[in-house]
Ligand binder design. Sequence first.
Ligand code: ATP
Length: 249
Amino acid sequence: MSDEEIVDPSHPRYQSLMIRKKVAEAGAKGMLADSAMIAHGRGEAFDYMLGEQTTDSAMEATREVVARLVNADRPVLSLNGNAIALAGEDFLTIASQLGCPVEINIFYRTPERMGALIGHLKMLNAKLGLDVDIMGGVPDARIPGLEGPRGACQSEGIFASDVILVPLEDGDRCEALVEMGKQVLVIDLNPLSRSSRRGTVTIVDELSRVTKNMIQLIPEKPQPTDWDNNKSLQASLNHISKNLENRFE
Ligand code: ATP
């Protein structure tokens, strides 16, 4: 049965339902922890309030993130289960444009989930005809300040990176990466999350919209600016509050 047969394309929130379906399917394949749908739902709630669109401030932040990645010495894309489920192909495309590795870094690390995620990315690499380095399977370094499997990373990947993209990162790990002196570039629909507030540059936008925009912007090779992340986060909150004003008048 095709996706369209299950979710009616004329449904006003078709895109949102299709994105949710991707998370559900990845869960069924063993790629996600049980909490993945809850994290996704939190994102959906904020997207609803943002009007399910890329705001001007989100587009500016996306340009800044791209600028910092194309100018980095050792960029890396850190991917968790939801990021791979929603935009695995796009992240491999971006990594190939940038000539950098991706590293799988998941909160609830089990050999089964890691195997499923690595297998999925390898399949996408082959499908796209790419040869992106997929790291994370054999961690040999630690992010200081993080206990247990959450701190595991690869010495040639996340550990050595100067600029790191962390879509949907957990606040603790974001903070620990900032403490390591890295530029931490966050994608998160919640402008109030700890990751959003701790990141060097935060894109408050839905992940799969962001990756499409990044792929378009990378060839333009934008230059980094003197970025004020708090100002950008406030602009996202202002957009939400404006969007909610006078709704029932
Ligand atoms: P923090 O620890 O940073 O304060 P949190 O505990 O709310 O945040 P998690 O549950 O670890 O965060 O991660 C989920 C985060 O990812 C949420 O902030 C949610 O808004 C965001 N999110 C979920 N799905 C998407 C998506 N598709 N695009 C962008 N952001 C998303």
